[in-house]
Design a protein around this ligand. Sequence first.
Ligand code: NAD
Length: 273
Amino acid sequence: MDIAVMKELDARLPLAGRVAIVTGSTSGIGLGIARALARAGADVVLNGLGEPEEVEANRAALEAEFGVRVGYDEANLMDPREAAGLVEQSVATFGRVDILVNNAGIQFVSPVDTFPVEKWDAIIALNLSAAFHTCRAAFAAMKARGFGRIINVASAHALVASPFKSAYVAAKHGVLGLTKVLALEGAEHGVTANAICPGYVWTPLVESQIGATAEARGISREAVIRDVLLAAQPTKRFAEVDEIGALAVFLAGEAAKSITGTALPVDGGWTAH
Ligand code: NAD
């Protein structure tokens, strides 16, 4: 192939030949990251809950639009064996995993004294422990090949707290701690680990917490958006999933090989307060 054409392809498809898993990519930020990685040339394994027809439509659309291989694994990441199985099955199908994006997450909003114990357990299981189980399953092979990119979608709540989100804030702080340990253990093996820390991004997860927050605080839906969600976000706008996707592509690429163990806020200045 002509060298100029190769350079052009390289610039447009910086992740060509890479294999990525994105957990929780049937919706929201995960789907945005999966799109961005596929656009950059990576083969992608989707994961998450959803109606089979809708999941298959998204999978087929990504494959058709970007000409990469796109798989789907229905692993329920609340179950440690299924979380590890997601990695094992992806390796069996695609040969390896170069990029692991731990994104699946849930939220529940309640004062700590009445916070349901089963909600605490579920949030810790999905938002924190699942990332440990997938990383644990992928890490040895990444180190052996001398390349790996672990991208954990944490939150501004990995850095600061808000009331009524005890489990979520605890889990996200934990994910950042896990990220730092992975960065240290992977540092001499070409494996990086970083945490993207979004502020508010407009997705179904945010939509679903507006009602609960309104109830917990006894205020209207509009007041939740203005005075609670975007109160601390100086840009006064929700970030978009494509902004998170673009950062994930950068972190997965060659130019980011010295960026590891970091928390990267995409929060419109929230944590600058
Ligand atoms: P979302 O609800 O749109 O998507 C969550 C994804 O997780 C979906 O694909 C869902 O099917 C999947 N999922 C849920 N339970 C699962 C399970 N048991 N096993 C496997 N997958 C499961 O939410 P989102 O807003 O896109 O959030 C994605 C991540 O970004 C979460 O970790 C969230 O904490 C984080 N985040 C979101 C925001 C925001 O403002 N939206 C801000 C900061 C961090």
